[in-house]
Design a protein around this ligand. Structure first.
Ligand SMILES: [Zn+2]
Length: 329
């Protein structure tokens, strides 16, 4: 079996991101780290420890379109002439990275305003988008993989599985023979993954559905015959089904907490977030907390436990009286 080497690259705020070197034919790097000097130097040092250089890389695979996973792909492509392969959805995004980021920025601003984030907090959040713009670069994928398609990488056959939730483009690369999978940020050992809300990711009723779909995806992953998930950040996941159970329990607990908050009266998603996190967190990470609360509200809406009132000024959420819901059903 070909060897897999974890090259941990420095990453602001989160600590590190894993780039996986798959020794074998073709020599493969799975996820690249962000496009900055520190990550590039760490990648070069990691390859050197293996007696390799960036110029030796023959195939780059990426697990999703987020910057810390694709940032250096174009740099590596220029230096080594590597083939870059990605799920078609990832390829569509990275081909026009700057335009997509600008589109995401406009959508996120409207989403935050709709869910009660004050305009000064939205204005202060602009630095996040400046960061994304400065660290990103359009990447042309040479190979576009369809969901379920197989590709040979580092002496293994990997099956690309579209498993959205954390992002709209999340891809698992599954080695069925070795019972392992490279899973990006789909499920992380020590922190729970966030789920982004994207303009294109809407159910027929117009509602976001990323969290509902994410939990469905987690359950599907738990049923796969896998012994180890090699993840995008931190240590591998060694008992996927058990960790998924724990994550599902966390979701139930947070949903109950939100219902308890709404028992005092209807609220916007951002208003709920103020009860859940310290003032500094909700002020500095308004988009993350909106994704988190709206994600849990999606679950509660799907379960018929809350109702949403949509007005011109935005949405408020309130509890549904359980007795009345049963009579109405
Ligand atoms: Zn990510």
């Amino acid at each position: 079996m070909s060897k897999v080497v974890d090259i941990a690259l420095p990453l602001a705020h989160i600590g590190s991101v894993n780039a996986w070197l798959l020794r074998g034919d073709p020599l493969t790097l799975l996820d690249t780290g962000p496009r900055d000097d520190a990550a590039l130097a760490a990648l070069e040092a990691g390859l050197r420890r293996e007696g390799l250089r960036i110029e030796d890389i023959e195939l780059v695979l990426v697990t999703h379109h987020h910057l810390d996973h694709v940032g250096l792909a174009a740099t590596i492509q220029r230096r080594s002439g590597t083939v870059v392969a990605a799920l078609d959805r990832v390829a569509d995004y990275t081909a026009r990275y700057h335009a997509e980021v600008e589109h995401d920025r406009r959508f996120a601003r409207a989403l935050m305003a709709h869910h009660g984030v004050p305009s000064d907090v939205i204005a202060d959040h602009e630095g996040f988008w400046t960061y994304l713009r400065s660290r990103s670069e359009d990447v042309r994928a040479d190979v576009r993989l369809a969901d379920g398609e197989r590709i040979v990488a580092g002496g293994r056959t990997l099956r690309a599985v579209w498993r959205p939730g954390h992002s709209t483009t999340d891809t698992l690369f599954v080695d069925d023979d070795a019972r392992i999978a490279f899973t990006g940020d789909h499920l992380l050992a020590r922190i729970s993954s966030n789920t982004e809300i994207h303009a294109t990711d809407r159910a027929e009723d117009g509602r976001a559905r990323s969290r509902v779909r994410y939990l469905d995806g987690l359950r599907r992953t738990a049923r796969m015959p896998l012994d180890r998930l090699l993840t995008g950040h931190g240590a591998p996941v060694t008992q996927p089904a058990r960790l998924v159970d724990a994550r599902l329990r966390d979701h139930r607990r947070r949903c109950e907490r939100i219902l308890a908050i709404l028992a005092d009266g209807p609220s916007t998603a951002y208003g709920i977030a103020r009860h859940l996190w310290p003032p500094r967190t909700v002020a500095e990470q308004p988009l993350l907390v909106v994704w988190e609360v709206v994600g849990h509200l999606e679950l509660l809406l799907a379960a018929g436990r809350v109702r949403e009132r949509v007005a011109e000024t935005g949405s408020t959420f309130g509890p549904i009286d359980p007795g009345r819901a049963v009579r109405a059903a």
